[in-house]
Design a protein around this ligand. Structure first.
Ligand SMILES: [Zn+2]
Length: 409
């Protein structure tokens, strides 16, 4: 793996197109100058063109030399990559995604849009529409093959592009410590954010207060009455009133910190005012709230799916090999015989395993809670009750199947 890292670093430092771009720019400058000279004095055309020959040839040679270096680094990296990750076919009988190429395309387009790669996204959508993919039916696909091959109308890519470019603009401003566009956005969406229990609008205003409080030495804003303690107080008076109902104790703390302004470091408010991650935290919560108002998750689903897949792959490969060697078959649908450990950030659905049948519950066999509070799977409940009154397997209570309630996880 070390050699891979080494080559990757080399690729990073050597395989830059920057030098080639600069050389191309130089050639363009030569050509522009020659054009101007000829326009100014058409009689000088032949001499100007003659003078142009050498610089252009040298420029082109330089570009070739730059690209040779780049190609060499790429070839070397490719070789090391191939040696370390030999291409092997996955030990599966069919490609589960083969019947849904347009869904995959849609996920890719969506990913590019939300990553802010608008130009790439629009080229991708255009090309995918011009040459629609061909779904290949798979034997056990639970869903019918795509019928809307290449249809991106439901994606509303123009609308999403508009929304996400606004998000990236606001994030970009936050990175340069300009919080105002984010505050304006939060104020415009104040009602919806509050309905969702979001604290974003207050967090942004609080950060602006802290930012001003820290004064010109920290925030490099002009040292006038709108900055420093004065500025912070002025800001709090103008803006904190709207948050009093929800955040009074916090506002009180922020205001009391004024007394400690001279020795904040040894005050109880030290932590609030010295958090190094407060700007990046606000960026994260802004992204999350922005996406959730659009009905989207904060992280790209394609990114999560691909990363979770990469984490799970070694276990799945091992399982496939064992199944093949032992010539056994795993027949339980929608369930794997092994645990796939994933980080908690990648687990979205709580699971319930019936304590009676030891089976994981599914949509058709959901968990059911009896009046005593114990939970078993629906099939187990039916087996236990046989339609009539029955005793809970875990306590002395008796209940009727109709009294059991389905639990939605
Ligand atoms: Zn019970």
């Amino acid at each position: 793996m070390d050699i891979l890292l080494q080559e990757s670093q080399r690729l990073h430092s050597e395989a830059s197109l920057q030098e080639s771009i600069e050389d191309v720019e130089k050639i363009i400058q030569h050509l522009e100058r020659a054009k101007q000279a000829i326009v100014a004095d058409p009689n000088s055309a032949s001499i100007t063109l003659a003078k142009l020959q050498n610089p252009i040839k040298n420029g082109c040679d330089q570009i070739t030399a730059d690209l040779t270096k780049l190609n060499r680094a790429q070839a070397k990296y490719g070789k090391v990559l191939k040696e370390n990750f030999p291409a092997k076919a996955l030990p599966t009988d069919y490609d589960a995604l083969a019947s849904h190429p347009s869904l995959v395309n849609r996920a890719i387009a969506m990913h590019l849009l939300r990553e802010g790669q608008f130009a790439v996204a629009s080229i991708f959508v255009e090309e995918a529409q011009n040459s629609p993919p061909h779904p290949i039916p798979t034997p056990v696909s639970p869903h019918p093959a795509d019928s809307d091959a290449g249809d991106f109308t439901s994606l509303k890519s123009q609308e999403l592009q508009h929304l996400f470019s606004n998000m990236y603009y606001i994030l970009g401003q936050l990175k340069t410590r300009n919080i105002h566009p984010a505050i304006d956005w939060a104020r415009q969406n104040s009602a919806e954010l509050e309905r969702r229990g979001s604290t974003l609008e207050f967090e942004l205003s609080k950060l602006q207060y802290i930012w001003l409080f820290q004064g010109p030495a920290m925030n490099s804003l002009p040292a006038d009455e709108n900055n420093g303690l004065h500025g912070a107080l002025r800001y709090a008076r103008a803006n904190f009133g709207r948050f009093q109902n929800r955040f009074l104790p916090e506002i009180q703390q922020l205001a009391t910190a004024m007394i400690y302004a001279q020795n904040l470091r040894s005050s109880p408010y030290h932590h609030t005012f010295s958090s190094s991650s407060s700007w990046s935290d606000v960026c994260t919560s802004f992204t999350r709230e922005f996406c959730s108002l659009l009905g989207l998750s904060a992280e790209s689903p394609l990114y999560i799916a691909a990363t979770a897949g990469a984490v799970a792959l070694p276990a799945l490969l091992k399982l496939a090999l064992i199944v093949r060697e032992k010539r056994t078959e795993w027949t339980t649908k929608d369930e794997l015989p092994v645990e796939i450990p994933l980080p908690s950030s990648m687990i979205f659905h709580a699971i319930f395993v019936c304590p009676v049948s030891k089976e994981q519950t599914t949509d058709n066999n959901p968990p059911m809670m009896m009046p005593c509070g114990h939970v078993v799977a629906k099939e187990s409940l039916n087996r236990l009750s046989k339609g009539g009154k029955f005793k809970c397997p875990y306590c002395p209570n008796e209940s009727q199947p109709k009294d059991a309630r389905e639990i939605i996880l």
